[in-house]
Ligand binder design. Sequence first.
Ligand code: ZN
Length: 312
Amino acid sequence: MSGIDIEISEVGPRDGLQSISSIMPTAAKKAWISAEAAAGMPEIEVGSFVPPKLMPQLADTGEIVAHALTIEGLRVAVLVPNKKGAENACVSGAHKITIPLSVSETHSLANVRRTHAQVLNEVRDIAALIKDQPADKRPTLEGGLSTAFGCTLEGVVPQAKVVEMAEKLMAAGCDEVGISDTTGFATPTHVRQLVRAVRAEVGPQAAPSIHLHNTRGLGLANVLVALEEGITTVDASLGGIGGCPAAPGASGNIVTEDLAFMLDAMGLKTGIDLEKLLAVRSIVTQALPQEEMYGFTPEAGLPLGYAPLAQR
Ligand code: ZN
């Protein structure tokens, strides 16, 4: 996108909402997405095409995508667990599809009951499905390298395994891979090593993004290192919604508001209007009053006389 240095991809409506038991009303989701897009968010992951029985929180994804597509200039992203989900995503007209692959095979078997080989077969099928779409309707296909920094079941996930899976996802037909700290294990040194290794393997253009959680409070430190390694797209969720039950007080994803403030204050263009972004939070708190929202910037507000570094 022109005029933007670093893109934030809002994943709250998917990653945040899937992690909590409350179900956000469809109208509130639409209001959230509209308001955040109006604040300048370039990309929003709006839902996931999973069976509604498994994830009733996201059962309205088709309707949410349809709404999001009416917003000019917004890139509409969805997650899919399999080919069936990808078929629904193609029908919906979403611009970007992410299919996760757990680099920890134990995690993959426990979560989606599939081996790496089976997931990669599914990715090949999805890539073929996308090729069959009219040229102007083909979504971007991202392979998500889940549990890239460690696994709650296996523990350590070797860097060589992440690199191998990145290469295999690209060979299976993905347009890009995303490095994902699904479990909140990442630390700055680990981020530097892994981002460098993956980008060296698949090429920097094919690994532009990172997905981080703030489980241990290292989210923004991890972002800084990722930026130094050339990452240009960072996932975050408004209010860090979807906190980890295993780590009380820890937000889910890194907090969009804090990330946007940090980047803006550093003089990096995100396209986001901070005042407008901070105002979006009330839509979510009103719709989900029982859910905890995180973030320091939304609590403290912008500093007196605040202006981005570049404008001073
Ligand atoms: Zn996540």
